[in-house]
Ligand binder design. Structure first.
Ligand code: SF4
Ligand code: SF4
Ligand code: SF4
Length: 372
């Protein structure tokens, strides 16, 4: 009995109780029907129904001041228990019926009384004057304490001697309004909890999604930049090396032809021309090696270092203006030209011819740069 009643206590009035509790409901209903439905909580429970459930579970029947001694007598008869005196630690039995009255001129419209009223007997809205519907007010006085400006008085009800029928009708009305209010508050609490849970889940999902998406985007961008820089670097190097190789092969072919010619006509110049041809051969072979190395993947360990070096180089290059790059290229060419012209001044024979070719090539390149 105690255990089943305890289960019943945990079950809000608008929810379906567990099957084992249903057999207690007729008893609880019968007790609740005897209680005055003032919903004042003076018994120590959150209204008359919870106290009825506690009584069904074995609690004392003398804790309801509004019901008074007459109420205790009815409960004692219903439950076949002795009619004990009212436990005045819960309050004295009222000597007159009271209702709440709001001094409307002083009301600041804070709505605290509305939130406290167990039977929705107060009308009003935020920042507007409030008033009590005295026919519905049970006189529980739960609205008095929360009022911050102390503008609620408990005043004698207009009808101090209501008929038994009127008392019963008001009790039924109070029970119905109390249950309806509790159902509404529970639904609001459920809705708030559901919204909060949905917000938490949405937040967690978007947090995870955005964090993953952010990481993926950063990694993809980094990989794309590295890939592009590496590819640009390889392409640029290949174009340069192919040009260098073509020039070196052409010069090697010319050096080779001059060697053949000198073998027959100018043997005294053969040693210089042979050295020149070997230089050109070396240049061709070195350039071919560099080109072959471009197509060989770098070892994994050095790939990142190479990429960072390329990125640094590209970053440094991007910081220079086109004009700066042109000036630097012209200065380099001018230095090389000056050095070649210095060598030409003391050169003769084939060496002078080759130096003159180099000078003309650099001068063409210089004009080309200026034209661009
Ligand atoms: S009238 Fe007040 S004291 Fe009596 S049972 Fe209802 S809530 Fe409890
Ligand atoms: S108006 Fe005040 S006294 Fe009347 S039922 Fe509501 S809370 Fe109780
Ligand atoms: S608690 Fe007092 S001030 Fe606030 S709305 Fe109610 S009567 Fe007005």
């Amino acid at each position: 009995m105690w255990r089943l009643a305890a289960l019943a206590l945990q079950c809000p009035p608008h929810r379906n109780p567990p099957a084992a509790v249903t057999e207690l409901i007729p008893l609880i209903d019968a007790i609740d029907a005897v209680l005055p439905q003032t919903q004042c909580t003076k018994c120590g429970y959150q209204g008359c129904r919870p106290y009825a459930e506690a009584i069904a579970a074995g609690d004392a029947i003398n804790k309801c001041p509004p019901g008074g001694q007459a109420g205790i007598a009815k409960l004692a008869q219903l439950l076949d228990r002795p009619a004990i005196p009212l436990d005045t630690s819960h309050g004295e039995e009222p000597t007159e019926l009271k209702v709440a009255f709001i001094r409307e001129a002083e009301c600041i419209g804070c709505t605290k009384c509305i939130q406290a009223c167990p039977v929705d007997a107060i009308l009003g809205a935020a920042k507007l004057m409030h008033t009590v519907i005295s026919d519905i007010c049970t006189g529980c006085d739960l609205c008095v304490a929360p009022c911050p400006v102390d503008c609620i008085d408990m005043v004698p009800a207009a009808d101090q001697q209501p008929s038994a029928t009127a008392v019963q009708q008001k009790a039924d009305l109070s029970r119905e309004r109390f249950n309806r209010r509790n159902t509404r508050l529970q639904q609001q609490a459920d809705a708030r909890a559901a919204r909060k849970q949905a917000r938490i889940e949405f937040h967690e999902q978007t947090e995870n999604a955005s964090s993953e998406a952010r990481n993926a985007a950063v990694l993809a961008a980094l990989a794309a930049v590295r890939e592009k820089a590496a590819q640009q670097s390889v392409d640029e190097q290949r174009v340069k090396l192919e040009k260098t190789l073509a020039a070196a092969e052409e010069r090697f072919a010319r050096a080779e032809a001059k060697v053949r010619e000198a073998e027959q006509r100018q043997p005294e110049q053969l040693s210089v021309l042979l050295a020149r041809r070997e230089d050109m051969r070396f240049k061709v072979e070195e350039t071919r090696k560099k080109l072959a190395a471009l197509d060989t993947p770098a070892p994994a360990a050095s790939t990142d270092a190479a990429r960072s070096a390329v990125e640094r180089m590209l970053a440094a290059r991007s910081r220079k203006t086109d004009r700066q790059r042109l000036d630097e290229a012209l200065a380099t060419l001018d230095n090389k030209l000056a050095a070649l012209q210095q060598q030409l001044a003391s050169a003769d024979g084939e060496e002078a011819i080759f130096l003159q070719e180099d000078i003309e090539r650099l001068q063409r390149k210089r004009e080309q740069l200026l034209a661009e």
